[in-house]
Structures are given as structure tokens and as C-alpha cells.
Design a protein around this ligand. Structure first.
Ligand SMILES: Cc1cc2nc3c(=O)[nH]c(=O)nc-3n(C[C@H](O)[C@H](O)[C@H](O)COP(=O)(O)OP(=O)(O)OC[C@H]3O[C@@H](n4cnc5c(N)ncnc54)[C@H](O)[C@@H]3O)c2cc1C
Ligand code: SF4
Length: 342
């Protein structure tokens, strides 16, 4: 691991200032893509620093802010999760398990208990892709790590890669689970930056790779995620997360679906669908939602929704199976959600 300067944040605004100052002083070394980073649980960041994929000159430890950023508030208007809430705390929270099951399940099915105890929700949504060519610096051709160098995965081993939201520059999969749950419940993300605090729809946090796959999100320099807010909606309680993977635990998704349903006598009043494991970013399947609204849940409408969700999929040599798997995952998730007793 390369040497870096470690500072401790004593307020959100001080953390932002420290990151901006660090990035400015690193401007003389433009070859370093991500010159300053926050440290939360460290379960992504420290891995990537050890692998020499990320080489920040400055790291700001935000764990001293746990008192202000580590709370779970569940009320009648909705749920607020601080960015430093640990994954296990949210996964095990009784209110979340009952009233926002998709949130608890997406976290419970992620990583291992030890990692969930350490890792924060803010860090979780910002985890980087698990593309092996990104994580192994002996491969030069990775547009995400080394812009303009090409993409080794395109004609390499791409079984785990994305079929939705990709570009000619990058086909890496967004690997997390929690993000899909947030998207399915219309969450917002609260951010403190140089201009103060703002809120944006969670669906606007991540960006598609396009021509600049090294930029994963819409966050600006120094932006600190402080919380996630999830409104109380008619569909939050009838929600679930289904994750399909190569082994039953401690594995990233091959395909996953976060679904939330508002139904009346089997007829869909409203629905949210977000897909994981198959896309370059947390993926809202709006076309599938439109197929279901106002209809009964049955084999035909589920098949139509699944077909719509994957109509624009672009497979590569080894990941064609993800289209059929993704459709079946979505259909099963919707069937299970419709059958939930609430
Ligand atoms: C073996 C293994 C298996 C895993 N399996 C899964 C899985 O199945 N599903 C899944 O979803 N995840 C999985 N993960 C990923 C894991 O959940 C993430 O590493 C973890 O959630 C990251 O949180 P952290 O607090 O450790 O982040 P850190 O490593 O501390 O930070 C990650 C990134 O986020 C930035 N950051 C952190 N907090 C903030 C903030 N508040 N504002 C702005 N930027 C911030 C940091 O600068 C850094 O770039 C796995 C990880 C490992 C190592
Ligand atoms: S898929 Fe993306 S992350 Fe993987 S090698 Fe290609 S450019 Fe890099």
C-alpha cells in the first residue's frame, strides 16, 4: 500500500473541506484518479488501496461522526438511515424488517456477518465494481481504472458482467444489493457538499458508464453522504429482495430483484422494480412497471413485465444466461411479493 495522509473528521463540513483541500493539492498529480477518499468501514477502500487500484494521497476518517451520522429513525412519515449506520444494524432492526422488508433483506443477503458489522450504508452504495480486470492492476486495459486504455472484459471472461446500462467503454456490473432496495422504495439521499446540504433522488446518485466509466456517481469533489430517507409509501410493506448467486451465502448477485407492490384483490395499483447483478448501475425497470400497472398478477402479465425489463439487454460471450435468469428472478420476486401476508 502506498503512503497516505490520514485525518479524522470532527464535523461533516470539516470533512468536506479536508477532502476538497486534499484534492486541490493533488491536482499536480493528475494521473491519480481518486486523490482523496472518505474512510467509513474500510471494507471496500482498504482492499482497493492494497491492490493499488486506488491511490488516494489523503484519507479522511469519518467514523468520529458516528453520533450524528449513525442513527436509525423510523417514524410515521418514513425511515431515515444515517450514512454511518452499519449494515447489520439496519438488517436486524425490527421496524425495518416489518415495514421495509426489502431494505432488511438486501442487507442481510449481502457479504458476511463480519463485513456487515463493519461496513456502513454510505460506503455500501459507493462500493466499486468487482470486475476482475478492474481489481487486478496487471491488466492495463481497463477504462474505469485507466481511462482510454480499453476494456479487457469486453472480449475476455465476462460471465459476471452486465447486460443492461453498459457502454462500448465498460460492461462492469454494479455489485451491491442495498442500492436496489433504496431505489424500489423511492429513497432520497442527503449530501453535504461545499455549497451546504442537499437531497437528491437515490436514482440520480449513480451514473451509467458512457464514455467516462471511471466516474461512477454524480457526487462532486468532497461530497459526503450523510443519510438516506425512505418515505412511507403504500408499497413499502409489501416489498422483498430476491438474490440469485453461485452459492447460497457470501457471494455477489448473478441476478437480483427488489420489488415493492401495492395491490388490491390481485390488481396492481402501483409497483417499483429495481434489478441488481445484471446492470452497470442500480437499475430501475420502469418498462416492466408500466406493463404491470392496472393489471392482475398472472403468468402472462409477469412474463410481459420480465420481457420488457430485458428488452434492451446487450449480452457478451459468457453472460447471455443472465437475461433468462434475470427474467425468472423478477417473475419469482413479484409472485412472492404478491403472496405476502401483510
Ligand atoms: C468479501 C466481500 C464480499 C462482499 N459481498 C457483498 C455482497 O454480497 N453485497 C453487497 O452489497 N456488498 C458486498 N460487499 C461489499 C461491502 O458491502 C462493502 O465493501 C461495504 O458496504 C462498504 O462500506 P464501508 O463502510 O466499508 O465503505 P468504505 O470502504 O469505507 O468506503 C467505500 C467508498 O465509499 C466512500 N464513502 C464511504 N462513506 C461515504 C460517505 N458517507 N460519503 C461519501 N463517500 C463515502 C469511500 O470514500 C470509498 O470510496 C462485499 C465485500 C467484501 C469484501
Ligand atoms: S468492464 Fe469496465 S471495469 Fe471491467 S475491464 Fe472493462 S472497463 Fe474495466
Amino acid at each position: 500500500m502506498r503512503p497516505f495522509a490520514l485525518t479524522r473528521a470532527d464535523s461533516a463540513s470539516a470533512a468536506v473541506q479536508a477532502q476538497v483541500a486534499a484534492a486541490q493539492s493533488a491536482a499536480t498529480a493528475p494521473s491519480v484518479l481518486w486523490p482523496s477518499q472518505y474512510l467509513a468501514g474500510g471494507t471496500t477502500l482498504i482492499d482497493l488501496m492494497k491492490l493499488d487500484v486506488m491511490q488516494p494521497a489523503a484519507v479522511t476518517n469519518i467514523n468520529p461522526l458516528e453520533q450524528s451520522l449513525g442513527a436509525i429513525d423510523a417514524g410515521v412519515d418514513g425511515l431515515k438511515l444515517g450514512a454511518l449506520v452499519r449494515m447489520s444494524a439496519a438488517a436486524d432492526h425490527p421496524d425495518i424488517k416489518t415495514n421495509y422488508p426489502v431494505i432488511a433483506q438486501s442487507l442481510q443477503l449481502a457479504a458476511s456477518q463480519q463485513i456487515r458489522n463493519m461496513a456502513s450504508l454510505g460506503g455500501n452504495v459507493l462500493q466499486r465494481t468487482r470486475c476482475n480486470y478492474f481489481r487486478d492492476t496487471s491488466y492495463v486495459n481497463c477504462n474505469k481504472r485507466n481511462p482510454g486504455s480499453g476494456c479487457a472484459a469486453m472480449d475476455g471472461i465476462n460471465r459476471m458482467h452486465a447486460v443492461l446500462g453498459t457502454s462500448d467503454q465498460c460492461i462492469a456490473t454494479y455489485p451491491g444489493d442495498f442500492a436496489q432496495a433504496l431505489m424500489a422504495l423511492d429513497a432520497q439521499v442527503e449530501i453535504t457538499g461545499t455549497a451546504g446540504t442537499r437531497r437528491i433522488p437515490f436514482a440520480q446518485l449513480h451514473r451509467a458508464p458512457g464514455n467516462s466509466p471511471h466516474v461512477d456517481t454524480t457526487l462532486g469533489r468532497g461530497d459526503l453522504i450523510t443519510a438516506f430517507t425512505i418515505p412511507a409509501t403504500p408499497f413499502a410493506k409489501r416489498s422483498l429482495y430476491l438474490k440469485v448467486r453461485d452459492r447460497a451465502s457470501y457471494e455477489f448477485a448473478l441476478s437480483s430483484a427488489a420489488v415493492a407492490l401495492d395491490i388490491d384483490n390481485g390488481m396492481v395499483r402501483d409497483v417499483r422494480i429495481a434489478l441488481g447483478g445484471v446492470a452497470a448501475l442500480p437499475w430501475r425497470a420502469r418498462e416492466a412497471e408500466e406493463q404491470l400497472k392496472g393489471k392482475q398478477i398472472n403468468d402472462a402479465t409477469l412474463a410481459a413485465a420480465a420481457a420488457a425489463a430485458f428488452a434492451k439487454a446487450r449480452p457478451r460471450e459468457h453472460n447471455l444466461f443472465k437475461i433468462e435468469l434475470g427474467k425468472r428472478t423478477l417473475e419469482r420476486a413479484l409472485r412472492q411479493a404478491a403472496a405476502m401476508e401483510i
